[in-house]
Design a binder for this molecule. Sequence first.
Ligand code: TPP
Ligand code: MG
Length: 334
Amino acid sequence: MDLTRDQKLELYRYMRLNRVVEERLVNLYRQGKVVGGLYRSLGQEATSVGTAYALAKGDIVGPLIRNLGVVLVMGYTPRDVMTQYMARATSPSGGKDCNLHFGKPERGVISPISMLGALIPVMAGIALAGRMQKKNLVAMTWIGDGGTSTGAFHEGLNFAAVQKLPLVVVAENNGWAYSTPFRKQTAAPNLVSKAAAYGIPGEQVDGNDVLAVYGVARRAVDRARSGEGPTLIESLTYRMKGHAEHDAQAYVPKAELEEWRQRDPLERYTRVLLESATATADELAAVDRSISEEVDREVESAEKAPLPSPEAANQDVYAPRVAEGEPVVVRRRS
Ligand SMILES: Cc1ncc(C[n+]2csc(CCOP(=O)(O)OP(=O)(O)O)c2C)c(N)n1
Ligand SMILES: [Mg+2]
């Protein structure tokens, strides 16, 4: 379970990439170039990156809108993200959908589902299908504190527990569900205690400590892969921005924000790497520079990319009609 130096640096790289991509998106949003909303994961990068990093090739994730770090670890590129947010014809969804609402089955990523909780039964189904196909894959999905109040959360987790499916559910307790604080979301003291109701292991982790997150996720993934069934992870973190860029989060106590600012996951991990002499400040600065350069290049090229043609609105919407007796061929955008 010990990470090599290269792996520790890779965690840093993904977290920084997560942050820089979003910072550039904020600029574009303010310039009116982002189509649709922008949902930041500021302060939550360690949870996305640390959990997804525990997976292996062939595993499948069902991310939510705030899980940019997850999809970067799974192999999404800044180009995918920039073209997608600007709804360009060259984007993964061809400009048909916005933000992170796109999947890449070849990368093990299914498309996010907006109805909160719905991903859990879907991912339980994927875990079950994987077992039936003897693939030994692990399915992982994320849910917010608000999302845990849905019926689908209960049904999906209960089914996965009864079937002992290889599923890891990461509950990101970031204190808020839009303007609803945690104490108005549930009478339970925390989310991890809910695991007992399903008869599955629950682990709570400091979600702003990427190494701790990785450790807990890795244990859960190993349990899932060895047939021991699902785990519920509660990641204690904080939503440092409003629900989306259009929300000024006026309802959030300033002192609470300030307290969590001190626990910024990227700054904390930078200190860990420097103090343990895992990396030098120069090395980290070089990583930062290369990320900035790459993201700047992709912003520039996405801005030049064409918007979709009007006719494209009718393409790839329905599967082509198949005549009786003909094999079903699903066309996939290359
Ligand atoms: C079933 C359902 N109800 C309501 C919504 C509208 N909605 C979208 S995000 C959100 C808040 C989610 O809060 P949380 O689950 O804590 O996730 P966070 O935004 O904090 O990451 C709500 C109410 C939805 N998408 N699905
Ligand atoms: Mg929340």
